[in-house]
Design a protein around this ligand. Structure first.
Ligand SMILES: [Zn+2]
Length: 248
């Protein structure tokens, strides 16, 4: 058996202001999107699925230890936040000194509990300060280098029978770096928020989990067709979050 990797990354995009590198994005495995300001070298992560630390180290430098300024988590599914403990642990081990901000949807308990757990265990020996910020849809968060706007999107949790049909806290993000705007849908079914995320962006990063558009009324993800239609609202776009295909 072999995995069909060609749709899972890596993907690269850049202009004069920002470099976007997506080392890997597989649905149910892990997604990490790395934005780097070309003026300052400062970095931002969109989602921190499993393998994010390995992928950062794959850049060939540990410069990110102090250059990583901001992490934005789209929602609490493990393939989008499972690497946060590992990232924090590595930054501690490497004696990071810069402050770190982590953005996440309000009541995103998976990520909040992981971050709080890390802080509880290591609070006596942390060389750097970090904060997590619970964002409601329509919030803004600015650092010196990244201007972030959060937009509510519709994504079912489907974690157990009781909550099967309940939307989980889920955000898309629009990030401005200089005059460049990057949109990231996170996981979403077709909804007004997904359009708002991508509209007129220089680059839209769009989940396209499903190969074909399902008949089902209860939609969790976008199909390739829907993602391509969304992408046409942006100046350029990349499709991510494909399902890894197992071939015989
Ligand atoms: Zn999800």
């Amino acid at each position: 058996m072999k995995m069909n990797q060609n749709e899972l990354g890596p993907f690269r995009w850049e202009n004069d202001e920002v470099e976007v590198f997506i080392p890997y994005s597989g649905a149910g495995v892990g997604t990490a999107i790395i934005l780097t300001s070309k003026f300052t070298g400062k970095m931002m992560l969109l989602d921190v699925g499993d393998g994010t630390l390995r992928d950062l180290l794959g850049l060939g430098s540990t410069q990110f230890v102090n250059d990583l300024e901001l992490v934005a988590i789209s929602h609490g599914h493990f393939d989008h936040m499972g690497g946060i403990h590992t990232i924090l642990g590595f930054l501690r081990m490497m004696n990071r000194t810069e402050k770190l901000h982590i953005l996440l949807p309000v009541e995103c308990t998976e990520a909040i509990d992981a971050i709080r757990g890390f802080r509880r265990v290591y609070k006596e020996s942390l060389p750097f300060e970090f904060w997590y910020h619970e964002l409601t849809p329509g919030s803004e968060f600015d650092t010196d280098f990244f201007k972030v706007a959060s937009i509510g999107v519709e994504h079912f949790g489907a974690e157990n029978k009781e909550t099967h049909d309940v939307f989980m806290p889920a955000l898309g993000y629009r990030i401005r770096i200089g005059d460049t705007t990057i949109g990231y849908t996170g996981d979403t079914r077709p909804c007004a928020g997904a359009k708002e995320v991508v509209l007129d962006t220089d680059l839209a990063i769009i989940e396209a989990t499903r190969k074909v558009t399902p008949e089902s009324e209860r939609r969790v993800h976008l199909s390739e067709e829907e993602a391509n239609a969304l992408g046409r609202l942006a100046k350029d776009y990349l499709l991510v979050h494909r399902i890894p295909v197992i071939e015989d």
